[in-house]
Write a protein that binds this ligand. Sequence first.
Ligand SMILES: *[C@@H]1O[C@H](CO)[C@@H](O)[C@H](O)[C@H]1NC(C)=O
Ligand SMILES: *[C@@H]1O[C@H](CO)[C@@H](O)[C@H](O)[C@H]1NC(C)=O
Ligand SMILES: *[C@@H]1O[C@H](CO)[C@@H](O)[C@H](O)[C@H]1NC(C)=O
Ligand SMILES: *[C@@H]1O[C@H](CO)[C@@H](O)[C@H](O)[C@H]1NC(C)=O
Ligand SMILES: *[C@@H]1O[C@H](CO)[C@@H](O)[C@H](O)[C@H]1NC(C)=O
Ligand SMILES: *[C@@H]1O[C@H](CO)[C@@H](O)[C@H](O)[C@H]1NC(C)=O
Ligand SMILES: *[C@@H]1O[C@H](CO)[C@@H](O)[C@H](O)[C@H]1NC(C)=O
Ligand SMILES: *[C@@H]1O[C@H](CO)[C@@H](O)[C@H](O)[C@H]1NC(C)=O
Ligand SMILES: *[C@@H]1O[C@H](CO)[C@@H](O)[C@H](O)[C@H]1NC(C)=O
Length: 674
Amino acid sequence: MAIPFYFAFLLFFPIFSQSQTHDFFFNGFNGSESYLSLDNGASIIKPSGALRLTNTSNYVIGHAFYQQPVQMFNKTSSPSPNASSFSTYFVFAIVPPSSGQGGYGLAFTLSPSKELLGGGTDHYLGIFNSSNDGNSSNHIFAVEFDTVSGFQENADTEGNHVGININSMYSEASQTASYYINNTERSRDMFLESGDPIQAWIEYDGDAKVVNVTISPIDQNKPIKPLISRSIDLTDYLLDTMYVGFSASTGKFSSSHYILGWSFSLNGTAPPLDLSLLPPVPLKEKDPSSSSYKPPIIALIVGFCSVTVILLGLLLSFAWHKWKNQYENMEEWELDCPHRFRYDHLYAATKGFKESEIIGVGGFGAVYKGLLPTSANEVAVKKITRNSPQGMREFAAEIESLGRLRHKNLVNLQGWCKRKNDLLLVYDYIPNGSLDSLLYQNGPVLNWEQRYNIIKGIAAGLLYLHEEWEQVVIHRDIKSSNVLIDAEMNARLGDFGLARLYDHGTQSHTTNIVGTIGYIAPELARSGTASASSDVFAYGVLLLEVASGRRPVGSNLFLLVDWAIEAQQLGRFLDLVDPKLNSNYVVQEMELVLKLGLLCSHQKPEVRPTMRQVVRYLNGDDPLPVVDNWSSFDSSQSSEMRSRFLEVISSDMSFGCCNSLSSTVGFSSNSTRA
Ligand SMILES: *[C@@H]1O[C@H](CO)[C@@H](O)[C@H](O)[C@H]1NC(C)=O
Ligand SMILES: *[C@@H]1O[C@H](CO)[C@@H](O)[C@H](O)[C@H]1NC(C)=O
Ligand SMILES: *[C@@H]1O[C@H](CO)[C@@H](O)[C@H](O)[C@H]1NC(C)=O
Ligand SMILES: *[C@@H]1O[C@H](CO)[C@@H](O)[C@H](O)[C@H]1NC(C)=O
Ligand SMILES: *[C@@H]1O[C@H](CO)[C@@H](O)[C@H](O)[C@H]1NC(C)=O
Ligand SMILES: *[C@@H]1O[C@H](CO)[C@@H](O)[C@H](O)[C@H]1NC(C)=O
Ligand SMILES: *[C@@H]1O[C@H](CO)[C@@H](O)[C@H](O)[C@H]1NC(C)=O
Ligand SMILES: *[C@@H]1O[C@H](CO)[C@@H](O)[C@H](O)[C@H]1NC(C)=O
Ligand SMILES: *[C@@H]1O[C@H](CO)[C@@H](O)[C@H](O)[C@H]1NC(C)=O
């Protein structure tokens, strides 16, 4: 009696579904074909009952969605319905091939369709493609479990992370795969591609409008503190009915992606799974020839050979590790830094830091273009040689923190690496070069629309640094050669925070002025203290520069700011306008930019607006304040400034930071090689 009953249980109760409330669970997927819509590479493996989204073929995708759509809005409620709460719990496993790296990951997905037509391979995880990525008409919510680093300008600099994505592969929030231990701040890293089963919980609270994502190893209870807890109102993104399920893809790298069990509840807590009933993780896919029968003698020979090969391999790998450790010279603490790149990868990426790969000589060192061997992503690698290895650890900590800054108007820092006294900073590669080369070099002229867009972009990036990130970041070296222009002609601010980093480990306690002549605010020159307001000053100078097409300091140390004040006082403001524009510009916008330039580069810091105000002025949300007291730019102050600049240039030793200062000065005249 007991045995038949057991089978009946297996046959009829692997799934429990209440069509009304859309609660369901699958303890393994034996016999659940009719409840699921599987396409492309997705299938249920017999006899184990694991759901496979992809096998290890390259460039394949797989989708598995629950057949019935889920009603995300309660239409009868009024006035404006909120998206319903939901909760899901599943166990997945990602098994890389026996040789080398796997890819690219899987995602829990809420989508208007079960088919996700057009879903791309590799980084797109079968959800989006290059043409619809980021389009708000996608109505897709996804939580990605991504194992390969570097999706374009995405936050996912590190592989092995979990991210919340809405309508785009650009993550709203992302975290290295890990879990918190007993509700403390201590976390333990997890390796998504380990091949071991991993539990995941995704919960959306429709009242509080919060998404929580939690993962843990199969032998641990659900961690109390979620890995990601993010305020998001899904009401704005979801449609009335949505399909729930999974999507995965492979690309140049490939893994098998499995779901072993899954439960879901709308407006409730996802039912628990019986972990003992879940299918085991299927074994690595074998070479078909290895399964065929071989006579014992051949097996013996093969066995003998393989033992020899294994021994040889062990010996070689031992020697290699010894050699490599010496080569990489890693210190213990470096192992904990997720943004650390391997030296040999960067060496290969830049063809051994070959001179022909140099794309610029920046404030702190040469910049190389590189192609990462692991992800085939283009990057810019900045090589900084420091005089002392001291302070490396602080430096690394700071970089780790800057590496988390993400904004579309910043040149995102992907990571770093050190070797002896060399520090290597890895940035997104931005194709169109720097703003100063576009302004001053022969070639296509930036039109006014592009310039205005660039001005707004820089303001947005700077506002993010000053006010919108978790801590205040003072840029300290805003100038046209630090603004890069991407393929869509948007501004991307580079080198942020670097100046302060450079101070770490220098013994002198003199305040170091880091900045570039012509952009240094008077109070900064006097006191050496950089502030958000001195960044605003430099931004003001940059505005005048973009409008006038002239460098902040002329050949005879004539200051652009002085000239602008003069023109303003003579009522001939528009004389400043860059003649290359051929009078093709919007007069109101031009006047706004010139006036705002003067306001920002006002001698008195208290008169300068904050970046938030600047953004409001540029958007036309607020009118520019009327400043008639331009006389505070009295000529004595200007001449004081001028003589200070002269001093700096003529005496190399006068400031604690002469090295970096003189090299930044060098940068403005020698920025990018074509
Ligand atoms: C993956 O599955 C497809 C069929 O769905 C099969 O043709 C292919 O050989 C499989 N690849 C591997 C590596 O097993
Ligand atoms: C969700 O559940 C709460 C009570 O648990 C109920 O008040 C609410 O109406 C439910 N909403 C939907 C859309 O089912
Ligand atoms: C929908 O909302 C109405 C009013 O808020 C509530 O009475 C009803 O129970 C909700 N429906 C469901 C399925 O929860
Ligand atoms: C939607 O949520 C907000 C709180 O975020 C609440 O004030 C409002 O009443 C909700 N609307 C409905 C129809 O439940
Ligand atoms: C991208 O996906 C959309 C469907 O969302 C499809 O219509 C389009 O053809 C796809 N584009 C490419 C380049 O595959
Ligand atoms: C977004 O997708 C819709 C429908 O596929 C299309 O009409 C629209 O042009 C797309 N928008 C952008 C910015 O690509
Ligand atoms: C943390 O949790 C584990 C089991 O989950 C338990 O054995 C351990 O005692 C806990 N530690 C603390 C400090 O609560
Ligand atoms: C999400 O996590 C936060 C922080 O731990 C917690 O307060 C909240 O109750 C969680 N919400 C859900 C829906 O689990
Ligand atoms: C799935 O069904 C097969 C028989 O078809 C059985 O051998 C296997 O144990 C089942 N798996 C699970 C996890 O119940």
